[in-house]
Design a protein. Structure first.
Ligand code: GCB
Length: 648
């Protein structure tokens, strides 16, 4: 139940009508594709990033915006508005603690001129509003008319607004987006609102949001908002899968077209230099590439991240109109396969030496920020990291584009973090989880960097309903994408974990000498060894150590080592690495440090202005651990490359 949506008593009728009429359109959302907006000969983009008008609904019910229908007029006519940057989380932008910790509806608004060539009724164009990610539940209006609703942060949604912009071309177009960050037992991630009714302790109507995850629940318009055009008949989706045999690459493609029943489709695959290497016609087919350049991970090959370009060209006739659309998708030709003890990329053993990340930084929160993105990739390359997990939600498409180009391998995780309460394993949660996986696969299916889907992080997978739940989510994900392995990240007991039978790779988190036996560095090796042996004996599946490490406050020293000091971090790494080095010769296929950088969390007695397990500070300065890992990762990279050369 959302704050501002608590049933009849508090929920405004206006909001209810909008919600249920939009429910229908949101059910249809997954019928179409979700191609990343791109300019081409037939498509234009207008970015709406910058300063938007903003108002948080501080009313007790958080529902005044709906009762007073703020979307029907300029937001500034509803009351005081402030400037809010987009993309960014709203939490850390002002000095107002009420806004930092705000729960409920916030309202964004931008007025924008839409070019005449888009709005002319005979333009032959569609105009689409696209939101890269808004956390969590969002409703969008154009000139006061509702156009879409979307549940869930971290994944894009869009609405065809052609009719609305064409019906009023002489006025700027007013885009209003309301976003509610309330989490419930059935959202992903789950959360709950707790009302504090004891008025001797709390002000009237006081409530808090409880969550079971360890990062700040940043909210707002986190990724770019834009308008883009397509012709009226257009390329709606493209699915590409790849393979190779000897030196011949194979690209299978399927194109879906909307707006015409008799389109004609041609495709041309070009290499990096722009020379066409294969062509085909028809909405589905296979391309063969002689002397293929495979897509290789960073440091596994001297030419990693090789991308071909698949240009899809559609022509269609509808009545007397002729439409033409172009869309180009990058294609990395590679295969992924898992054996009982190996993770194979292009049939060669791949060892994940990488990190877990967060989308998180000062001021911006989870807002997309290019300097930060490029800095992070520089740090990953400096570190010799060949991979990361998108802990604990899907990252921006802009980030995955970089991974594709640089050869950084990705475990693509959905926002299934903190699924702890047994009530989050019922049908309502499961249905939503299946939709989220479908949205994720639909968005990222063509990315060579994505080699595995992760459907959850540290759920209560020992609970009885976890069996059916994870069987369903994993089976569904595999049917959506039969080409990639599926996992979830566990911290449960190997014997009682109900989801592990369904995964392809065991991903396990452990914090020996930290959360378990804190301060006892001497237990790490024995406990880690036992952990690996237990899981492997039971499942005979490759294992990734998907999280490990310790909080470090740079500048704190102690010898003999004590928790939080620079000396302690070194020993934790040494002890873990000694076991990894033994087990990677058998069935351990990766190690991902927790975490790449310090990050913000909710306030608690165990977090000193956030989680300090970064190998870099939140401002991206290295701690001692970063240098130790750097030595190790470059050595591991050399070994992986040597092994690959020997491997048939
Ligand atoms: C974990 C979680 C991660 C936390 C981390 C920690 O097991 O997966 O989200 O941030 O531990 O530092 O406690």
């Amino acid at each position: 139940m959302y704050v501002g949506m608590q049933g009849d008593r508090k929920m405004g009728r206006a909001w209810k009508i909008i919600f249920f009429s939009l429910l229908w359109s949101s059910c249809l959302a997954l019928e179409g594709g979700m191609l990343t907006p791109k300019e081409s000969r037939s498509r234009e983009i207008k970015e709406l990033n910058g300063v938007w008008k903003f108002r948080a609904d501080f009313s007790k019910t958080r529902n005044t915006g709906f009762e007073q229908r703020w979307f029907t007029k300029r937001l500034s006519e509803s009351g005081p508005v402030i400037d809010m940057p987009v993309p960014a989380s709203f939490n850390d932008i002002t000095q107002d603690p009420r806004l930092r910790d705000f729960i409920g509806w916030v309202w964004y608004e931008k007025e924008v001129w839409v070019p005449q060539r888009w709005t002319a009724v005979d333009s032959g164009q569609r105009v689409v509003l696209r939101v890269g990610s808004a956390h969590y539940n969002s409703i969008a209006w154009v000139n006061g008319a509702p156009v879409t609703q979307h549940e869930g942060g971290h994944l894009p949604f869009e609405a065809d607004i052609t009719r609305l912009v064409q019906s009023n071309p002489s006025q700027p177009c007013r885009i209003t987006i309301a976003v509610n960050n309330t989490l419930s037992l059935h959202t992903l991630p789950p959360g709950s609102i707790q009302y504090m009714s004891d008025e001797t302790k709390y002000p009237a109507g006081y409530f808090v949001q409880n969550t079971n995850f360890d990062f700040f629940n940043y909210a707002g318009l986190h990724r770019p908002v834009l308008l883009y055009t397509t012709p009226k008949a257009y390329i709606d989706d493209i699915t590409v899968t790849t393979d190779f045999a000897d030196s011949t690459g194979v690209v299978n493609y399927v194109v879906s077209i909307k707006g015409s029943s008799n389109p004609s489709v041609t495709v041309a695959l070009s290499d990096k230099e722009g020379s066409v290497v294969a062509t085909a016609s028809g909405p589905a087919g296979m391309l063969k590439v002689v002397d293929v350049n495979l897509w290789w991970p960073y440091l596994m090959h001297e030419n990693p991240g090789y991308l071909y370009s698949l240009e899809v060209h559609m022509t269609a006739k509808s009545g007397s109109s002729q439409y033409e659309d172009y869309y180009t998708v990058p294609v990395g030709i590679r295969t992924v396969r898992v054996t009982s003890h190996q993770f194979l990329i292009n049939s060669k053993p791949f060892y994940f030496h990488g990190v877990n990340k967060h989308e998180d930084s000062d001021i911006r929160g989870k807002g997309l920020d290019w300097p930060l993105i490029v800095k992070d990739f520089n740090l990953l390359q400096w570190l010799g990291a060949n991979s990361f997990r998108t802990s604990h939600y899907p990252y921006a498409e802009e980030i995955l584009d970089m991974c594709d180009r640089l050869g950084i391998v990705v475990i693509d995780e959905c926002p299934g973090v903190g699924i702890k309460d047994i009530r989050s394993f019922g049908n309502e949660s499961l249905t939503h989880h299946l939709i989220v996986m479908e949205e994720l696969v639909r968005r990222d299916k063509n990315r060579p960097s994505v080699v595995m889907w992760s459907v959850a992080n540290e759920p209560s997978s020992e609970l009885a309903p976890a069996d059916y739940y994870f069987k369903s989510v994993i089976t569904r994900t595999k049917s959506l994408d039969p080409t990639r392995p599926v996992t979830f990240v566990s911290n449960s007991n190997f014997n009682r974990d109900k989801g592990a039978p369904y995964v392809d790779v065991i991903c396990v988190n452990s914090y020996f000498s930290w959360y378990h036996d804190p301060g006892h560095l001497e237990v790490i090796q024995i406990q880690l060894n036992t952990q690996f042996e237990d899981w492997y004996k039971k499942y005979q599946k490759p294992i990734i150590q998907s999280e490990y490490w310790a909080d470090v406050v740079p500048g704190l020293h102690s010898d003999p080592p004590m928790m939080f000091t620079e000396e302690y971090q070194k020993i934790v790494l040494q002890e873990y690495h000694a076991v990894f080095d033994r087990k990677r010769k058998e069935y351990v296929v990766g190690e991902l440090i927790w975490n790449f950088a310090d990050f913000m969390t909710a306030q608690s007695t165990t977090r000193v202005v956030g989680n300090k397990k970064g190998i870099f500070s939140r401002q991206r300065q290295p701690k001692t651990g970063a240098f130790i890992l750097r030595d190790r990762y470059w050595k591991l990279a050399n070994e992986t490359r040597r092994l690959a050369a020997r491997y048939p």
